[in-house]
Design a protein around this ligand. Structure first.
Ligand SMILES: Nc1ncnc2c1ncn2[C@@H]1O[C@H](COP(=O)(O)OP(=O)(O)OP(=O)(O)O)[C@@H](O)[C@H]1O
Length: 254
């Protein structure tokens, strides 16, 4: 029997038919979004290559979270467009991506039921649940109500829910802000593993050291604009933009 004749057995492709066209590269052009009359995302052009981890850095209010939402298709831009491997943004494209928010979004059910829900909705193998929980260090907490988890555990469960969808692209919005060191280590390890497996990672972080540890390239955002996009080594060795230099030096950037 040829591969094409085999029934779809799960894996990275989720519920959609396999084989599927690659989702990357991504190309954003002229992305603009206004809030209260101000362009908080202002004519952003951005390219994401096939592989790796991109960090989005920038001061408070720079537009990092909104940019992530635009790229993921949670918000339509007021101007500009995002294409994925030449295809326009669509529900199908968004469904092949996952976003982990800074504040974990969980169901008021047990830890295990939180994963069952996603696996069922995506028609993925329910047997993945145990491996996913083990991977985020929650293997012994499957029956615990999710609301009783610590902040770090909740975020790890949110990450497991995102991984349960088998995403091609994983967006992370400040996933480790104010978490315990153990959770930070675990989340960073999983980010690295996913990047090695070929998942495309995009992480918004305030933590300059984290960007250095994880990212292949850095996008520096200031006042809704991409001021600099460079390989991580280049960015940290010699940031070209004054705002980026100030930010890295720990000076307040308005
Ligand atoms: N619903 C809204 N109404 C008005 N202004 C908004 C709204 N959402 C976001 N903004 C503004 O848009 C700008 C960009 O917000 P965004 O959350 O993307 O910034 P950020 O870079 O992620 O900031 P932080 O690092 O503080 O999380 C900010 O000035 C914010 O106040």
């Amino acid at each position: 029997m040829s591969d094409a004749a085999l029934p779809f057995l799960g894996g990275r492709a989720g519920a959609a038919a396999s084989p599927r066209a690659p989702l990357l590269p991504m190309r954003a052009r002229g992305l603009t979004l206004r809030r209260g009359g101000v362009a908080v995302v202002d004519r952003i052009d951005l390219d994401l290559g096939l592989r790796g981890c991109t960090a989005i850095l920038g001061p408070n209010g720079a537009g990092k979270s909104l940019l992530l939402r635009l790229l993921h298709g949670l918000e339509p831009p007021e101007a500009g467009a995002v294409t994925w491997n030449g295809a326009p943004a669509s529900r199908e494209v968004t469904a092949r991506q996952a976003l982990v928010f800074q504040t974990p979004v969980l169901l008021r059910r047990s830890v295990g039921a939180n994963l069952d829900f996603v696996l069922r909705a995506r028609r993925r193998d329910r047997g993945l649940r145990a491996a996913l929980l083990d991977r985020v260090g929650l293997g012994d907490k499957a029956d615990r109500p999710a609301r009783l988890l610590s902040g770090g555990e909740k975020q790890r469960l949110a990450l497991a829910r995102a991984l349960a969808t088998g995403p091609d692209v994983l967006f992370l919005d400040e996933p480790t802000a104010s978490l315990d060191p153990g959770s930070v280590l675990m989340i960073e390890r999983i980010v690295r593993e996913e990047a090695e497996r070929g998942t495309r990672l995009v992480i918004v972080t305030h933590d300059v050291a984290q960007a250095r540890r994880l990212a292949d390239d850095v996008v520096f955002l200031h006042r809704g604009r991409v001021i600099e996009h460079a390989p991580t080594d280049t960015f940290f060795a010699a940031p070209a933009a004054e705002a980026a230099r100030d930010f890295l030096a720990g000076r307040i950037v308005l």
